[in-house]
Write a new protein. Structure first.
Length: 318
């Protein structure tokens, strides 16, 4: 990359225009990003949530005539570093449609962004890279590592004994925003790498968003791989406990899915329901919302009771 201030050395490809996005172009801007990443198109609710944190003067988009074909953006952050905090440009929403790749659009947007941050006096630029090898040629380097560990609960304990004096309270979003903001601000001052987030960002993270809760696993089944050495029930290989399956589905239809959590491990084992635990977790999330049982079939050819159910949470949670 040329040194800061040499932005004109990297020009937009002929026939394309690079400029910030206007507020009325937000839907097109978000649509290009979603298409580039293969994600669903933005809803009105998602656009409203995003609008509050979008700094339109720090967005960029390439236009091929009237069509937007590439995007980029920056969030104005303050990041904690050892000994204090510094301004930081949070690079985000970088995308190029497949129809316009390999034409220098990304390089031109990166150059424009770095020039902008230099002019604003931001000494740091940071991003989460969808593909890490992309950004090294623009001066970005590895800042931190991330790891995920799964440990059985029986093998872990708190490092310090807990007092048990805390209290949990359910609150609505207007109440949660300032409370969460205070906790975040207290923590981020002593943790390098954390960002200062004002109430706009807290509202963004707590905003209502569409989610899908999914649980899979067959109902009653007694297959060759069943844990027979622990089994003491009345069924054998290839059987299906139809009555027990139907009782479970009736609980779901009646909004009593919480009863699933009352089943003992012995009951699950006796009736071939060893895969029901994922359904139990889902039941804890949906609560007393009645489910719609769409199908049930004791599929002896497949050695399994098969069912499909859905919970209309968008109706029940209004």
């Amino acid at each position: 990359m040329p040194s800061p201030g040499a932005g004109p050395a990297i020009e937009a490809p002929a026939g394309l225009a690079l400029r910030p996005v206007q507020p009325e172009e937000q839907r097109a801007y978000s649509t290009v990003i979603r298409r580039a990443f293969g994600a669903p198109l933005p809803t009105d609710e998602e656009l409203a949530v995003s609008r509050e944190v979008t700094e339109f003067d720090r967005t960029l988009a390439f236009f091929d005539g009237p069509e937007m074909v590439a995007t980029a953006g920056i969030f104005s952050y303050e990041i904690t570093v050892p000994g204090g905090a510094l301004p930081c440009g949070g690079v985000t929403r970088v995308s190029v449609l497949s129809t316009h790749r390999r034409r220098g659009l990304l390089t031109a947007m990166m150059r424009r962004q770095l020039d902008d941050m230099h002019e604003r006096g931001e000494p740091l630029a940071a991003l989460y890279a969808s593909e890490a090898p992309i950004y090294g040629r623009f001066g970005y380097g590895l800042a931190s590592f991330q790891a995920s560990l799964e440990i059985q609960r029986s093998h872990v304990a708190f490092a310090k004994k807990l007092s048990g004096n805390g209290r949990l309270t359910l609150v609505d979003v207007p109440t949660a925003v300032p409370a969460f903001g205070r906790v975040w601000e207290q923590a981020r001052r002593s943790q390098p790498g954390m960002l200062r987030l004002d109430e706009r960002w807290i509202r963004n993270h707590l905003a209502d968003k569409r989610i899908t809760i999914y649980a899979s696993g067959g109902l009653s089944h007694f297959t060759a791989g069943y844990p027979w050495r622990f089994y003491r029930g009345p069924f054998g290989y290839g059987c299906i406990s139809e009555d027990f399956d139907r009782k479970i589905l009736q609980w779901i239809a009646d909004g009593q899915a919480s009863k699933l959590a009352e089943l003992s491990s012995a009951e699950l084992l006796d009736h071939g329901e060893i895969e029901l635990r994922s359904w139990i977790v889902l039941a804890g999330a949906v609560g007393s919302v009645p489910g719609r049982v769409l199908a049930y079939e004791p599929l002896y050819r497949g050695l399994m009771g098969m069912a499909v159910a859905e919970w209309p949470l968008n109706v029940a949670m209004v």
